[in-house]
Design a protein around this ligand. Structure first.
Ligand SMILES: *[C@@H]1O[C@H](CO)[C@@H](O)[C@H](O)[C@H]1NC(C)=O
Ligand SMILES: *[C@@H]1O[C@H](CO)[C@@H](O)[C@H](O)[C@H]1NC(C)=O
Ligand SMILES: *[C@@H]1O[C@H](CO)[C@@H](O)[C@H](O)[C@H]1NC(C)=O
Ligand SMILES: *[C@@H]1O[C@H](CO)[C@@H](O)[C@H](O)[C@H]1NC(C)=O
Ligand SMILES: *[C@@H]1O[C@H](CO)[C@@H](O)[C@H](O)[C@H]1NC(C)=O
Ligand SMILES: *[C@@H]1O[C@H](CO)[C@@H](O)[C@H](O)[C@H]1NC(C)=O
Length: 784
């Protein structure tokens, strides 16, 4: 038997190929066309008119040109999104005033929560907050009440107590945004806390067709929970005696800047159920429209817990283009580093004009004592936020001993759907391992098979990182070593048993913080001379407000409604730092966004609560490719002493070296732009060092009364030497700038230093210090 293709003549194949390529070039896709700034004052109609004429120049008719336009960006960004064939896009790329053309790719951006879908049902519900750590700083910052934070996400559940307006003063007069009406959302859902809300769905609909209004709200309202969670983490009110799930939880939930105002921009939407993918997706043309508007509306900080799976070149990254324009207006942009760890070179949001945040753990654990029949209690893990317990000892079984016939050997301990034998599981507690499949689905499978409870064991790759879940039956989670111990116990006795006690929140858990395994890692392959991520903040098992339209596990069979939920991801880390940025904006209204970023970076903390270096879940020492300069420290960021400042123009000069055209009408790249490593960044990354390199930096004095003397010190990577000139900096006034050079030299060749260099990089730091301040910059160097 032959397939049809084999009978086709070569000529026919050639013709077919021709037809296919014609089809490929005539298929329309969404492109973002990014234009040079308009000169002079133009009305919105005039700008849209100019966008229309670009389209007319490549389309067959006026009608077609009009129909192809999706967005006209005309506030702070000049450009448009339109349906184009690749040929039309190529023609526009050559047109005058066109700076760049980016093809929008579905699925490129998504919210950065790990697929854990956890829930809080616990005894103490205090979200991590700057408030708990720093009451005085918070007070001095007026709790951020004059600052407006824009959140690009899946919308908001406005009824959450975290968004109450009681006691808040009038809306800042600078605010120019609106409260957009839509499905289950109108102007009465905005208040003095949520001062604005809009939604952007055109790009999503161009690709998926009309939004199904039972799967998501066609409005700023959040059907998912993610947007509510991040918005309440950045600026949720302090809510005392938070109580979730039948009065289980008690404590205070609070955002980082509890009185800051929120402007909600919904850009992420539920992927239609009939698609194979699950969850949320965010289209770049929608995000760019939201950023263009947010800048014009007058936000001071934008928090974006959205990223890509793999690094995206900045010339092909609408989020990065939007962020550059925000930077021009001094808006601080804070983004998630992504959840693609622990593999190296996985960072999203890598440009130097963005503050990029990795995720670490809190010093909080949720212990539900797990007691085995031999009297042994599991201590390190044994963590759960599942609001059920099994206090009586019940028979215990390892999933691999309780599967149905025919389950592949490599999957017997995974508790994947329909893998367990009802007969062997009924009434028992089942030990399942992590590896494949969603954690909450494993619990669902044990329940389906009639199990009474469930223990989730970490695999070797998860180490000591326990993510807690609101499972649909009594359950707890254990670290890898404990899972092995439990397996040992099961095989050592004829009638193994276990009980799972009620969960209690334990504070002061050690060691903390450690870096989450999922947090994306450097090196920065897009900007090799910019060290990323910048900073780490809590992103593991974070409690915050939730959408009442979304069950805590997001499983359609789960009918629970909760006001608070626990989530993990760099999505949760990002708004912690955005909250701090809002407080700094309030404390230092004249600082540039680069200065705010610098203050957060140079004051970070590199040690855990046991006084040791911060580790990863396997117990290995973490590196700046996981945490940047370290764990954020609000109290120190308030008064950093010196900052590494940079202007919008500095970033344009930086981009010149990459041959990127600028959209700025008053800016032209010089003949020989400064080297990229001279961008005045508060950290240092040197890629492929050969011999030596001399790098220039400038610090601005922002500390005390202005009189200060700073001394240099450094801990260079092994095999690298650093020379500074000068090594003492004298300041006499606030705002004074001093420059210095660093000469980085390879003392050995790669062969001799190879053992030390992880992924080809060695790490260290340098500091400037006076009597009060330590201004620390992390260093990463790789050799040629
Ligand atoms: C807004 O919607 C609510 C119901 O959710 C309704 O009670 C209220 O009257 C509406 N307000 C306006 C101004 O339309
Ligand atoms: C909308 O979504 C619901 C729930 O997923 C589904 O039952 C319904 O068929 C969808 N409607 C359309 C028009 O696709
Ligand atoms: C929280 O609740 C407890 C009793 O359950 C009460 O004593 C306490 O005053 C409450 N705290 C606040 C801040 O409302
Ligand atoms: C088990 O092996 C099969 C066949 O090699 C593969 O398709 C499947 O993905 C594996 N399952 C897991 C959980 O790795
Ligand atoms: C990014 O794009 C530019 C221009 O197209 C190209 O020169 C550069 O090599 C790309 N960088 C990466 C890391 O792909
Ligand atoms: C690297 O250094 C070692 C020891 O100094 C030397 O023996 C070797 O020849 C060097 N290799 C290269 C490629 O320079």
């Amino acid at each position: 038997m032959t397939t049809r293709g084999e009978n086709l003549s070569p000529l026919l194949l050639l013709l077919l190929g021709f037809a296919l390529s014609v089809a490929a070039t005539s298929a329309e896709k969404t492109y973002i066309v990014y234009l040079r700034e308009q000169s002079g004052e133009k009305t919105a109609e005039e700008i849209e008119g100019s966008h229309h004429s670009y389209l007319s120049s490549v389309k067959e008719s006026e009608e077609e040109a009009r129909a192809s336009l999706i967005y006209s960006y005309k506030h702070s960004i000049n450009g448009f999104a339109a349906s184009l064939t690749s040929l039309q896009a190529a023609r526009l790329r050559e047109a005058g005033e066109v700076v760049g053309v980016v093809e929008s790719r579905p699925g490129k951006y998504s919210t950065q929560t790990t697929r854990s879908w956890e829930f809080a049902g616990l005894n103490e519900a205090a979200a991590y907050s700057v408030a708990q750590e720093e009451p005085n700083m918070l007070h001095r910052a007026g709790y951020g009440k004059s600052v407006i934070v824009g959140v690009l996400d899946s919308g908001v559940w406005p009824e959450a107590e975290s968004f109450g307006e009681q006691g808040l003063g009038p809306i800042p007069r600078s605010w120019r945004g609106i409260c957009q009406t839509g499905q289950a959302f109108n102007s009465s859902h905005c208040n003095k806390k949520i001062i604005g809300a809009r939604y952007y769905v055109k790009g999503f609909e161009k690709y998926y067709g009309k939004l199904n209004e039972t799967e998501d709200y066609r409005s700023p309202r959040d059907k998912d929970g993610h947007g509510t969670h991040t918005a309440s983490t950045v600026a949720g009110r302090q809510v005392h005696n938070v109580s979730a799930f039948g009065g289980f939880a008690k404590g205070t939930a609070s955002g980082g800047a509890p009185l800051a105002r929120l402007a909600i921009y919904k850009v992420c939407w539920a992927i239609p159920k009939q698609e194979k993918a699950m969850g949320n997706t965010c289209f770049e043309e929608d995000m760019l429209a939201a950023m263009d508007q947010a800048i014009a509306d007058g936000v001071h900080v934008i928090s974006i817990s959205i990223g890509t799976q793999t690094p995206v070149n900045h010339t092909d990254d609408a989020l990065s283009i939007g962020a550059l324009h925000a930077m021009k207006r001094n808006v601080v942009i804070v983004c998630a580093a992504g959840n693609s760890g622990p593999a190296p070179a996985t960072l999203s949001n890598p440009p130097p004009w963005i503050l990029t945040v990795g995720a670490s753990s809190l010093d909080r654990a949720f212990h539900g004592p797990l007691v085995l029949g031999n009297g042994k209690t599991i201590k390190v893990g044994g963590q759960t936020v599942t609001p059920y317990s099994v206090l009586r000892a019940l028979p215990l079984v390892y999933a691999a001993d309780a599967v149905r016939a025919g389950v592949p050997k490599n999957e017997t301990n995974q508790c994947l759907p329909n893998s367990l034998s009802t007969e062997k599981v009924k009434g028992k507690i089942v030990l399942c391992m992590r590896g494949a499949g969603l954690r909450v689905l494993k619990g669902l499978e044990v329940k389906r098979a009639g199990g009474a409870g469930f223990i989730l064991g970490n695999g070797a790759s998860n180490g000591n990182e326990v993510s807690v879940d609101a499972h649909v039956l009594p359950a707890t989670a254990v670290v890898y070593k404990e899972a092995l111990d439990i397996m040992g116990y099961i095989s050592s006795t004829k009638n193994p048993t276990a009980s799972i006690g009620e969960a209690k929140t334990v504070l002061g858990y050690k060691p903390a913080p450690f870096m989450a395994g999922f947090t994306s890692r450097g090196p920065n392959v897009i900007h090799p001379y910019v060290l990323k991520p910048d900073i780490a903040a809590p992103g593991l098992n974070i409690l915050a407000a939730w959408s009442e339209a979304s069950p805590p596990t997001k499983l359609s069979t789960d009918k629970r409604i909760v006001k608070y939920n626990i989530e993990s991801g760099t999505s949760m880390a990002c708004p912690h730092v955005a909250g701090l940025a809002a407080l700094l904006r309030s404390l230092h209204p004249t600082w540039s966004s680069a200065a705010v970023r610098s203050a957060i970076i140079t004051t970070a903390w590199m040690k855990n609560n046991m006084g040791e270096a911060i580790k990863d879940p396997s117990g290995e020492t973490a590196t700046p490719f996981q945490f940047g300069s370290g764990h954020f420290r609000p109290s120190k960021a308030e008064d950093p002493g010196l900052v590494y400042d940079a202007s919008y123009k500095d970033y344009l000069l930086y981009l010149c070296s990459y041959g990127v055209k600028s959209a700025d009408k008053d800016f032209h790249c010089p003949e020989s732009p400064p080297p990229t490593y001279d961008l005045n960044y508060p950290s240092l990354s040197v890629a492929k060092l050969k011999g030596s390199i001399t790098i220039k930096r400038t610090v601005t004095n922002v500390g005390g009364d202005g009189k200060a003397v700073y001394f240099f010190s450094a801990k260079p990577p092994l095999g690298i030497s650093i020379k500074v000139r000068p090594s003492i900096l004298f300041f006499t006034r606030i705002g004074q700038r001093k420059s210095f050079t660093l000469t980085i030299r390879a003392r050995n060749n790669r062969t001799t230093t190879n053992n030390y260099f992880k992924h080809g990089y060695g790490f260290g730091w340098y500091t400037w210090r006076d009597n009060y301040h330590v201004v620390r910059s992390p260093i990463a160097v790789s050799l040629a």
